[in-house]
Design a protein around this ligand. Sequence first.
Ligand SMILES: [Zn+2]
Length: 131
Amino acid sequence: MTTMPHFLLSAETSFSAAHRLPGVDRCDRIHGHDWRVRLTVRVDAAALGANGMAVDFREVERTARAAVEDFEHRDLNQLDAFAGTAPTAEQVARIVSDRAHAQLARSTPAARVEEVEVWETPTYRVVYRPS
Ligand SMILES: [Zn+2]
């Protein structure tokens, strides 16, 4: 599967939100981050469109943006998306991946989520690969 020629296309978005991580030293106090999210999608080279594009970057960007829209300026611990779990960077990445997967299945079936990167700070990053 990964040996097939393919293109990887990425777009980034960001949001500002607070969270607290119970039981984690220092992080158990509510605090905020400017989160950065990069969505990378994969398109088989054989599926290149007649226009020479695998997928419009704007579609990748829209998908990434839509996946984090309800996180903007919120306390992540209060959101249903994080019910029963701590709103860690890992969980943010997994939720963004799940949402992007669902969106792309409707809008751009040739594009699959390859990975989601989430920066909680400029130097702390998580990568989630759904497969
Ligand atoms: Zn934090």
